[in-house]
Design a protein around this ligand. Sequence first.
Ligand SMILES: NC(=O)c1ccc[n+]([C@@H]2O[C@H](COP(=O)([O-])OP(=O)(O)OC[C@H]3O[C@@H](n4cnc5c(N)ncnc54)[C@H](OP(=O)(O)O)[C@@H]3O)[C@@H](O)[C@H]2O)c1
Length: 266
Amino acid sequence: MKIAVIGCGNMGMAYTHSFVKQGVANKDSLLLIEKMAEKKNELERLDIAKVIGGISSEIANYHYIILAVKPQDFEVTAMEIRKFVNSDHVFISIMAGVTIQKIKKLLNTDNVVRAMPNTPAQINMGVTAYAHTEKISPTQLKDVEKILSSTGKVVYLPNENLLDAVTAISGSGPAYYFYFVKHMIEAGIKLGMTEEMASTLVKQTMLGSYHLIMNSPNTLDELIASVKSKGGTTEAALNHFEDSLVGKSIIDALEKAEQRAKELSK
Ligand SMILES: NC(=O)c1ccc[n+]([C@@H]2O[C@H](COP(=O)([O-])OP(=O)(O)OC[C@H]3O[C@@H](n4cnc5c(N)ncnc54)[C@H](OP(=O)(O)O)[C@@H]3O)[C@@H](O)[C@H]2O)c1
């Protein structure tokens, strides 16, 4: 599979490393396009792909083109790509808020996949939801799934509309989790622990609880009930969450994120 990655920042490199690690592409089949000179030199030193500093006719030799530049750089980037687009190209965009319609129009192509990954992709533990245009063939779709699943799990969306919700839930999701972990550690320090001690307790609690969610036959409410006893410590904390409308606030916050994703797509 011949793959080109345009924009080798955090996400572009998460894909690149996954391709190499999983044998999806190698030095002969992977092209990295990075305009930042310092980063380009760094990529060359890695010696894992062909590296070029700007979009050129070279992309005609690559079938799947991953668009991993910032959304605000897309219009300029698209002008550069447009003259080299052929009907065999399949464009896989991971840019937040850039619609399939816009990509089709600016690149003059019908072959577009729009995907929303998240940063655990860097350690092959990401989740990516994607939608695509009708023109993508079943064979191409198989390749697309292989490309996207190299960084973790993949969720197919029957249409593009849900991508704003996906952005709010799993795209931004890692930041919500980091925020919760950060505040739990801060609480531990406030209660007299060293940072190291609080950090170990919180991180292992998160890890163990995640595995319970995945492995226990119980529902989330049952899992909560299994920690809580009447008049106990957990109940004191959970009652405070309820009184402070924390659950509602989480739902409201994610709705705000979805609205923002919708605004950015306009
Ligand atoms: N980070 C996340 O959690 C996340 C999650 C889901 C989706 N995404 C999406 O992933 C995309 C990339 O995000 P990121 O965090 O990886 O951004 P990033 O680190 O800024 O990477 C983008 C890279 O592309 C380069 N670039 C810009 N225009 C180019 C061009 N015409 N040709 C070649 N290279 C070009 C940039 O160089 P300069 O710095 O010199 O401009 C930069 O190195 C974004 O569209 C974002 O919406 C990110």
